[in-house]
Ligand binder design. Structure first.
Ligand SMILES: *Cc1c(COP(=O)(O)O)cnc(C)c1O
Length: 457
């Protein structure tokens, strides 16, 4: 190995220039760092409501909820107050051998939201860990029940479940997966129920039915080896906001029951009201065997994830023998501050009739987006709850390749924080936009789109 290759980043950086220092010292996530030679980082100094402010006090509407986590705005007074109170009471204590009220109350309240079907909460700190926990728990449940051969998993085409090595095994997005392929234990991949796959005369429910046929054939051939199927209910977000009919989930539940396969619902992105109900699964009238939550559950304040599971799962581990227990832990399991932020978030849902208010706001946004929907270079303008997306029609492959970064820059100039996924533009705003902000979001998104197209002319 070379002894000391010089850093490609200039070392003469003014001490007060923390943006330039960031490029040298902070390795940013999901980023080709070299792109930042031309694309400046946005130096966020503070947040208030739906807005982020940079160090020169320019404002940006956080129209993607800071990677889908923020529900009730930045510096929300009620979440802040809860956290300040918790900070003066207990910042953290380990959750092995000890317990604390915020974890107990959060587990109970989430269980109650599932009608106590999923009454056992296992805590972790991020979404990928929750997915790993659900996979391990499923496999270990079967083994404890005498079905040690059930070791395989099934995921849906274009699924995204996180980027740790285990989670990548059930992720089907080439960009995140290809480089690490040799490290990965691959899952079976079944057809996507993406409603955009409808052929002439087909409905979204027809696409779902076809996709379910694929699951059925796989289960018929291999169910004895399969532990679980994992799905992102209603919207495959990272795939580019691919939406499907709720009947797909009901069909999966029936097939999993028939063939003895666990159903894992990854509601990390779609939970907490995003799709119009608190849990996306409610729209299909089903409950999974494992439900993963993260992102919005702490209001976008602190890393927290939770895997909820059924009595039968919990019972499969309950035994005198230590080795039959679920042997998994993270240092910050059940962090009280994060749990308290989550409780404050649930309080907001309980007191403010959030789901009804979201439905009204989304209807307004939908109307405001009508001119974009009619644009000749816009396809598939779609909506699920508070998630909106459309596909840009860009013929030149070179322009398509740079579309996302160029759109991001154009949106920033118009006070919007938006990061398209490839050529899919999506809006996933926090739940607190007022009428003026909703109108601004729609019109500035349209302007940003026009500006990005104009660069290609
Ligand atoms: C974001 C996300 C994850 C991973 O969560 P991290 O906290 O980023 O590890 C997993 N599944 C889905 C559906 C997600 O959107």
């Amino acid at each position: 190995m070379e002894k000391s290759a010089a850093s490609p980043i200039a070392s003469s950086i003014a001490p007060d220039d923390w943006v330039a220092r960031s490029l040298r010292a902070v390795w940013h996530p999901c980023t080709q760092m070299k792109h930042h030679e031309r694309l400046p980082l946005v130096p966020i100094a503070r947040g208030q409501g739906a807005w982020l402010y940079d160090r020169t006090n320019h404002r940006y509407l956080d129209a993607i909820s800071s990677w889908w986590v923020n529900l009730f705005g930045h510096a929300n007074p009620r979440i802040n107050a809860a956290l300040k109170d918790q900070l003066d009471t207990l910042e953290h204590a380990m959750l092995a051998g000890c317990t604390h009220e915020p974890a107990v109350e959060l587990a109970e309240r989430l269980g109650a939201l599932t009608g106590n079907t999923l009454g056992h909460a296992f805590f972790a700190s991020d979404g990928a860990s929750a997915v790993e926990i659900a996979l391990k728990m499923s496999f270990h449940t079967w083994r404890n029940q005498g079905f040690a051969d059930k070791q395989e998993f099934v995921c849906i085409a274009n699924s995204y479940h996180g980027e740790t090595i285990g989670a990548l095994g059930v992720t089907d997005v080439a960009l995140f997966k290809d480089a690490y392929d040799p490290l990965i234990r691959h899952a079976h991949v079944v057809a996507s129920p993406d409603a955009r796959l409808a052929q002439a005369g087909e409905t979204a429910a027809d696409v779902a039915r076809r996709a379910l046929d694929h699951v059925r054939s796989l289960f018929e051939a291999r169910a004895a080896k399969i532990a679980a199927l994992i799905v992102e209910p209603l919207v495959q977000c990272a795939a580019g906001m691919a939406m499907h009919d709720a009947s797909y989930l009901a069909g999966l539940r029936a097939l999993c029951d028939q063939y003895g396969v666990h159903l894992i619902a990854d509601e990390i992105a779609v939970g907490c009201g995003r799709t119009g109900t608190f849990f996306a699964c409610e729209q299909a009238g089903i409950w999974p065997d494992f439900l993963c939550l993260s992102k919005g559950i702490s209001g976008g304040y602190l890393p927290l994830s939770i895997v909820l599971s059924r009595d039968e799962i919990f019972a499969a581990f309950y035994h005198d023998d230590t080795a039959r227990g679920f042997l998994h832990s993270h240092s910050y399991t059940g962090n009280p501050l994060a749990c308290r932020a989550a409780l404050a978030t649930l309080d907001l849902f309980a007191s403010d009739d959030v789901l009804a208010s979201n439905a009204r706001k989304s209807a307004k946004l939908r109307t405001a987006l009508a001119p974009l929907a009619a644009h000749p270079q816009v396809r598939n303008l779609r909506q699920c709850g508070t998630i909106f997306a459309f596909d840009a029609v860009i013929d030149d492959p070179q322009h398509a390749k740079t579309f996302s970064r160029r759109f991001f820059a154009n949106a920033l100039q118009r006070e919007l924080l938006l990061r398209p996924i490839s050529t899919t533009v999506y809006l996933m705003p926090p739940y607190i936009l007022d009428d003026e902000e909703l109108a601004l979001l729609a019109s500035r998104a349209h302007e940003s789109f026009e500006a990005t197209l104009a660069e290609a002319r």
